[in-house]
Design a protein around this ligand. Structure first.
Ligand code: ADP
Length: 372
């Protein structure tokens, strides 16, 4: 799977730090009007100075050179044309002759500004599913625990506004706390976690429409003190709706992981979800098949929902297949009890660890960087 050039260039630029702040130039919103064309030509503007009083011209030149070099080093880039702009009022003028590109040349959406508060979070991954009840939240929680157990500083943002499940799955009874005006995430099972269910009454959220969904997501991104994290998983509502569009607009997604059961109906929804992410140049990190089979005590496998459907669809969609999670009655029981199986002795823990490894490998493939 080759990622779109614009995404790879953006990710390369995100490795460049502004020496004045120590933050990366993409997260700071300094890269404007990024475009690529089919010949591998890259253009962008870099907002290097705050105004006339900022006379650090040498520093600005050095930062521009570093950004150019980072873009030039990306596989498939033939030439880089970058200019420094001196003020931050609005977006840079559109470079002439560029390929159309959703990543630049527009006023920064509010959600993107909110997401900048998560500058300490290296990789953000959406966990999505075509429909509800396929085990998306169960997998999001267990994969987060598996990533933490593998040594990655991991966060879990439960953005499933219509059915927040984190408080149950993680056994969280506490309400969110606030320090210095910021919401402090809860630490559980080695994971820094926050759920929309801890901020609002879930019954009210059921009636929410687009702008309110976006508002809640903004709050979960910018008002929560996420600190530094290697990877953050975002549990999204089933299907594709306002939450997904907002996340895509936030310009922070390293990619999406899709959860499906083997059933054909779930798979049709998966195809729709994949199409949305593809259309917006969000990398599909892979497909996980959940409830793949039920094993009897004598080791016989029963393919309750059909056999290997998700693996086939992954292949058909040219998306990596990340693995299959069997039906484990203990997984449901543990989920209800708020004690994830990941990181423990149950065979499911090994499955989750393997899938977590593959997700890390997929991010490295998609962004050319590590989560470490
Ligand atoms: P979704 O987030 O897709 O709506 P959930 O994660 O809430 O789905 O899972 C739905 C139900 O299925 C829950 O009761 C959960 O415990 C159970 N479940 C999910 N995956 C498995 C599995 N592999 N084995 C057994 N039960 C599972």
């Amino acid at each position: 799977m080759t990622q779109p050039l614009a995404i790879r260039v953006r990710n390369a630029l995100a490795q460049v730090a502004n020496p004045k702040t120590g933050r990366n130039i993409v997260a700071e919103g300094l890269v404007q009007g990024l475009t690529t064309n089919d010949d591998g030509k890259v253009r962008f503007a870099l907002e290097v100075a705050g105004g006339a009083e900022d006379a650090d011209a040498a520093g600005a030149d050095a930062l521009l050179a570093a950004a150019k070099n980072a873009a030039l080093a990306v596989d498939g880039v033939s030439a880089v044309s970058a200019v420094a702009t001196a003020h931050s009022a609005g977006a840079a003028p559109a470079p002439a002759g560029g390929h159309d590109n959703p990543l630049g040349m527009r006023k920064k959406p509010q959600i993107e500004q909110a997401a900048e508060a998560m500058a300490g979070v290296k990789q953000v991954i959406a966990i999505a599913s075509g429909k509800g009840g396929v085990g998306k939240s169960t997998l999001a929680v267990n994969l987060a625990v598996a990533l933490a157990a593998a040594g990655y500083k991991t966060g879990l943002l439960d953005a499933d506004i219509y059915g927040p499940s984190l408080p149950t799955l993680f056994g969280l009874k506490d309400q969110a706390t606030v320090r210095d005006g910021k919401i402090i995430p809860v630490e559980a099972h080695g994971v820094r976690a926050m759920s929309i269910g801890m901020l609002v009454d879930p019954d009210q959220a059921l009636a929410w429409r687009g702008p309110m969904v976006m508002g809640a997501l903004k709050q979960l991104m910018s008002d929560v003190d996420w600190g530094t994290l290697d990877v953050m998983l975002i549990d999204t509502p089933p299907g594709t709706g306002d939450t997904h569009l907002s996340l895509i607009q936030s310009n922070r997604l390293a990619g999406a992981v899709i959860v499906s059961t083997p059933q054909e109906m779930a798979l049709a929804d998966v195809r729709r979800g994949v199409a949305l992410f593809r259309k917006t140049e969000t990398p599909i990190l892979g497909v996980i098949e959940n409830m793949a089979w039920l094993e009897t005590p004598d080791g016989e496998r029963h393919y309750v929902f059909g056999k290997g459907g998700a693996a086939r669809v992954a292949q058909e969609l040219d998306a990596p297949f990340l693995g299959a999670v069997p039906l484990y009655p203990e997984l449901r029981q543990a989920s209800d009890a708020g004690t994830p199986l990941a990181g423990g002795d149950h065979p499911a823990a090994k499955t989750f660890a393997q899938i977590a490894d593959k997700i890390i490998a997929a991010i490295q493939g998609a962004t050319g960087s590590t989560a470490e």
